[in-house]
Every structure is written in C-alpha cells, then in structure tokens.
Design a protein around this ligand. Sequence first.
Ligand code: SF4
Length: 376
Amino acid sequence: MKEGGETVGRSGGRAVDSAGQGAPAESAESTARPPDRPTATLVIQTAFLGDVVLTTPLLTALAERHGPVDVVTTPAAAPLLEGHPAVREIIRYDKKGRDAGLAGVRRLGAALRARRYARAYLPHRSWRSAALALLARVPERTGFADSPAAITYTTRVARVRTGHEVERLLALAGTPGGEAPPVSLALHPEDEAAADRWLAERGVPRAFIAVAPGSIWATKRWPYYPALAASVEAALVVVGGREDAALADEIVAAAPGRAWSAAGALSLGGSAALTRRARALVTNDSAPLHLATAVGTPVVAIFGPTVPEQGFGPRDERSLALGHAGLRCRPCSAHGPAVCPLGHHRCMRELPAETVVEAVAMVAEAEDRRAIRTRH
Ligand code: SF4
C-alpha cells in the first residue's frame, strides 16, 4: 500500500486523485459518456481519520438507497475506504499538500463537475466542502444547518447536540429510526497478512493488548501509558504512526520482553488488522478508538478534556470509557486544546494508572469469557 498522495487502485472503492489520475484505462466508469441525467451520489468528507470512520454508516445507508457512492477524502483517510462495499470510487483531495488553496478547490470542482453528480452529502461543516459541491454544480446538496456554509445547501438538516456522532451523521441521509448500520472498514488480505507476519516474526503471544498512546491534540494524551505497561501482566503491542514512535519506545522500555512497538511499522489497514487480533485496545479519545470499533475489538477509552457525551465515545457494551469524574472544567473544548487553558491538565494527570489497569482487566476478562461462550 502506498500512501502520501499516491494513487492506490483496488476493486470496489477504487482510488483516484483530484485530477482523475489513477482511474484504470479499461474502466467502463472512467471512459463511458456520463448519462444524460445525473444519478450518482457524492459524499465529501475531508475531516480527520476518526471522522471518516464514523461516516461509514452514512455511506452504507446512502449506498442502500442510491447504490455505491463516490467519496472525496484526504490521502490519509483514503486507504480506510478502499474496497468498502458502500463506496464506488475514492477521490483523493490533498487539501494541505498539492491541492492546497483556491487553485486546488477549482481543479477538483471542475473534475467533479465532469462526473455529473445528482446529489452531494456534506458531513464536514466547512466552506471548502461547500465550495466543491457548488463548483461541481451538484443540484442537490445536503449538509448541517449549523454549518457556516449552510446557506449554500439545498437541504439543511438540524444537527442535534446529543447522541452519538454516527447517528448525527446518519441524519443527513434522513434515515428513520432503527438500528444504524455498523461502523465498518474493508480490511484487505494484504493487511491481514502483514499483521500476522509482524506478530509472528516477533513471537507476540496471541492474547495481547493493543495500546494507542498518540493523539494530534497534546491534552488528549494520557501521560501514564508506561506505568500501565509496567503494571498489566499481558503482552502489549503499541499501534500508531511514525509520530508516535518515541511514546511507543517509552512504553516498550517499561515492560521489557513483554511489549512491542508497531508504531510506524504498518499501514493504516495493517494497524487495524493488528488491532482486530487484540483482546482489547487502550486508547485516548482519538482515531484508533473508532478503528477498533470498526474491526470489533473492545476498547478502554481514556477521555481528558473531552467527554463521551460529545458523541465520540465507544458505542458497544463490551467497551469502557474512563474520565476524571467531577472535574468541572471538563469538557473544555470540542477537540482538546493544544495546552490546558488552566495550566494544570488535571483531567489527565489525576487519572491514575491503577484505574486504567483495572478497566483493562475487566474488559479483557469479559472478552475471554465471551470467547469461551462462543466456542461452546
Ligand atoms: S481545562 Fe480542564 S478539561 Fe481542559 S485540559 Fe485543562 S484540566 Fe483538562
């Protein structure tokens, strides 16, 4: 798998870049004249990785109604959707790189216009997404009423403050009540093989716990992962990107012979496949939480400056969310600030390792009991 703006082609969720590069020459979709009346559906979701994962139920709901959808997303998030059954084509938009600025918006808008979409859904509340849909001349444009760009939409949907983000996003599809489609990823055989190989080469025991200590936002990082590693008895594997390598090394050093770092060693799909093999994942309020949900691994999720009630907590009953109860400054922002505005960062500093160790034991033991029940 190639990342960082390069094109990756896979059947079912084929990826092309903003200029249309990467469409296979033999593809009927890429060579046929567009139909006289547009019928295709476009979703523009260029937010963070976790947001893209949480958008997959919306993609599934839209695909059930209109057929597989095309998705504009970032190069980082594109591999998460490759091969997803609800996705026809992935259009990479490198908004911070080669597609940055007005020229990039215009170029992609023109490319989308040539594809002639019937409708566009805009889960990301940004002017940039709205401008793309307008430049693409998509006749039906659906987004949230509280978006700064709402004036440009043809359908505005109220964004409720309560409930989970998955349900809020599903409201864009006008899906009536009932069970939401699951958060899902399409893990590929090569991702599964890479995870198996990585674990086998290191002799990692089967019943390991995955740990994701990173977050883009510094205040969301729980500081006691090394203490957790020293206290739990299980084998640990640290997952994350290259930027998490230093944090991972500290964790590995705290549990010699029992912890391994996969930070930066696997693709996003490979990390998700590795997480799928774990008994549980310990994570901050960040993208790995949602990746674990998508692959069916229970999580112990540590919340500091944010709270699950903001809509981004674990949804399944096998998982646990932890936070500093009774701290009146929580939550202090939607995403977690770069530094604690009060200077003490008590929300994380006062959440001790023992609490997390206990939660990990509870979740892992419940998983073991579930596995035994499933076998019999
Ligand atoms: S203000 Fe409170 S919730 Fe926000 S980072 Fe500081 S301690 Fe955490």
